[in-house]
Design a binder for this molecule. Structure first.
Ligand SMILES: [Zn+2]
Length: 134
């Protein structure tokens, strides 16, 4: 399978289809910004990558190379093949959202990962009634 690059503009989201068994890389080309990442089953947004289930599955609160990440039915969904980041991946916190920015004092609209997720899903004809933890 040939490699295909997708660029996610700053403060935006991007949804791509990943087939079973297919690899993908998430590369941060600038600075140290968070790259919230979600996964949904093709054609069934009620099945999604679940950090709560993954924490139980791996019996840890941080993911590392070779970990299997599971969906909300406790089924394997992704495997971490490589990690070149220097930090610890947060799988505890929710993504940023308008309520969070309002709580921090923003009085005008602020781009946020929750809206970016739903906009990205809409761009590929999908939707989710909720926002799983990234
Ligand atoms: Zn965010």
């Amino acid at each position: 399978m040939s490699r295909q690059d997708h660029t996610v503009p700053a403060r935006r989201g991007k949804a791509i289809h990943v087939a079973a068994g297919q690899d993908f890389r998430v590369i941060n080309t600038h600075g140290t910004q968070v790259l919230d990442t979600w996964a949904f089953a093709t054609g069934d947004s009620s099945t999604f990558l679940s950090m709560a289930h993954t924490r139980s599955y791996i019996s840890r609160i941080h993911i590392r190379t070779c970990d299997t990440l599971v969906d909300n039915h406790y089924q394997p969904m992704l495997t971490v093949l490589e990690d070149t980041s220097p930090g610890v991946h947060d799988i505890l916190m929710c993504c940023c959202s308008l309520p969070i920015y309002k709580r921090m004092g923003c009085t005008e609209y602020h781009d946020n990962c929750e809206d970016n997720l739903h906009a990205a899903l809409a761009e590929v004809g999908l939707s989710s009634p909720h926002t799983p933890a990234p």
